[in-house]
Ligand binder design. Structure first.
Ligand code: PXP
Length: 241
């Protein structure tokens, strides 16, 4: 059995900062504290519209962080250029739509096949670990392998949402479980991310073989009430089971 790593996404510290246009609360401070309190990596999403993290945050965090930095990017040439400039430890490619509140689904791997393949090839040459954010379906897992990614991150938004609204999660749970098993079988690392709360983490932790969880919105929100140390500790405890 493996103990999954916890990646802490600190985008929403930047969201609060940006709401006032001030220089606080500091995403760098949040990253350093999360590192101190047991995060295995820090995730930031440099969106094309820069609504959370800015390029300056990426530069500072990359310089000061000792644990791996996981940069989420849209599959574009601009984001490839930025990734090659700052060389984060990991890159996770995610889809982006301008009007969405958050990342609404997985990548369309068929449509973006050649662009994603090009991005992965460039990143691999710089020894950056590559991951693709996908929906839990076997076809996308197969394409992710073929395209050359090291890992997949399965979008858990749907199951977390069903759970939040006390709806039946059986079908979605099975889909995730099947995708995880198949991905492991063909030699991909498997991560889960999006919408995860203490409650959904408990459910998802029943799936064997997950290497990494990337958690942001709930973890940062909960930090307001119980502190970032306790919020990280609680997730780590749940995910260890
Ligand atoms: N993983 C990926 C690929 C994401 O795009 C996001 C959201 O930015 C997350 C994980 C974290 O999701 P949440 O903030 O809902 O925990």
């Amino acid at each position: 059995m493996i103990t999954p790593r916890l990646g802490v996404n600190i985008d929403h510290v930047a969201t609060i900062r940006n709401a006032r246009g001030e220089n606080y609360p500091s995403p760098l401070r949040a990253a350093i504290l999360a590192q101190k309190f047991g995060a295995d990596s820090i995730t930031i999403h440099l969106r094309e519209d820069r609504r959370h993290i800015k390029e300056e945050d990426l530069k500072e965090i990359k310089k000061k962080l000792k644990i791996p930095l996981n940069l989420e990017i849209a599959p574009t040439n601009e984001m490839l250029r930025i990734s090659l400039k700052y060389k984060p430890t990991f890159v996770c490619i995610v889809p982006e739509k301008r009007m969405e509140i958050t990342t609404e689904g997985g990548l369309n791997l068929k449509k973006k096949y050649f662009l994603i393949k090009k991005i992965i090839n460039h990143l691999k040459k710089k020894k950056i670990r590559t991951s693709l954010f996908i929906e839990p379906n076997l076809n996308d897992v197969k394409i992710a392998k073929k395209i050359g990614a090291d890992c997949i991150e399965i979008h858990t938004g749907k199951i977390c949402n069903l759970l939040n609204h006390k709806k039946n999660i059986k079908k979605e749970f099975k889909k995730i479980q099947k995708s995880v098993n198949f991905a492991k079988f063909i030699g991909l690392e498997v991560h889960l991310g999006h919408g995860i709360t203490f409650h959904s983490a408990k459910l998802l932790s029943k799936i064997q073989g997950i290497n990494e969880y990337n958690i942001g919105h709930f973890l940062i929100g909960e930090s307001i009430f119980i502190g970032i140390k306790e919020s990280i500790n609680k997730f780590k405890k749940i995910l260890k089971k």
